[in-house]
Design a protein around this ligand. Sequence first.
Ligand code: NAP
Length: 251
Amino acid sequence: MATSNKVMLVTGGSRGIGAAIVEAAIIRGYDLCINYTRAEPEANALVDKAAAAGLNAIAVQADVGSAEQVDKLYTEIDNKFGRLDVLMNNAGIVAEPSKFEDLEEQRIRRIMDINLMGAIYCAKAAVKRMSTQHNGNGGSIVNISSIAAILGGPNEYVDYAMSKGAMDSMTTGLAKEVADNGIRVNAIRPGLIYTDIHASGGEPGRVDRLANLVPMQRGGTAMEVALAALWLASDEASYVTGSFLNVSGGR
Ligand code: NAP
C-alpha cells in the first residue's frame, strides 16, 4: 500500500530506546516498521498505538544479525509502504561483564553480528532504497551508537565498545559517501540510560550504581535519547551529516 506519510524503520523497536523512538515518531506522524525478535506483544501494542493515531504500522520479527532476515524485513517494508525515509539503526545487545582476556569468541561474534553487521545490513538496504542514484527520494539514517565507543568499556565489555566504535566509523564514511545522494547519516551516543539492557547484561541496577560518574549525576531516559534521534532524522537537521550527538549527561 502506497503512503504519503514518511516511513521509518526502527530496528529493535519493541522495547527500550527503540520503543521510545517509535512513541516519538507516532507523535510526529511517521508510518512505522517496528522490528523485534522476541517482544511480540510489546511490538504489537505499539502498532495498535500507531493505528489509533491514524498511522500505518507493521511489526516485523527479524534478527538483524542475519542477512537473510534483514532481506525479508525490507521486503515487508517494500510490500507494505513502497518507500523508506528514515532508518533508526537501534537494535543492539550487551553481554555479561568480562575482562578482555576472558572474552569468548562466540560472545564477541554474537555482539558483532547484531550490533555491527546488523547495522551494516540495514544501512546497505536503506541506501539502495533512499539514494537518488537509485531513483530514491533521499532519507536519513540514525545509528544508535554508545558513549562506550569513546570510553572503551574496560573491565565490562570492550567488545561491545568496539562494535559501537566501528559503527561510528561507518557513520563517518557512509555519511561522506552518500551526502550527494540525498542521504544524511548521523549517530547518537547514549550514555547510561534506564532500559532493560542492563538487566540483560546481568546488572539491573547498573545505571544507579554508575550515576555518580555522570556530570549531571543521573541516568537518562529512553525518551531523552529518542527525541535527539528524531531531531537528527528530521528536516530541522537538514545540514547535519556525519555528526555525533552525545546524549550522555556530559559523560
Ligand atoms: P533494550 O532495552 O535491551 O532493547 C533492545 C531492543 O533491541 C529490543 O527491542 C530487542 O527486541 C531488540 N533486539 C535485540 N536483539 C535483536 C536482534 N538480533 N534483531 C533485532 N532486534 C533485536 O536495549 P536499549 O537499552 O533500548 O538499547 C537500544 C540501543 O541503544 C542499543 O543499540 C544499545 O547498544 C544502545 N545503547 C543503550 C544504552 C543504555 O544505557 N540503555 C547506552 C548506550 C547505547 P526483542 O526484545 O524483541 O528481542
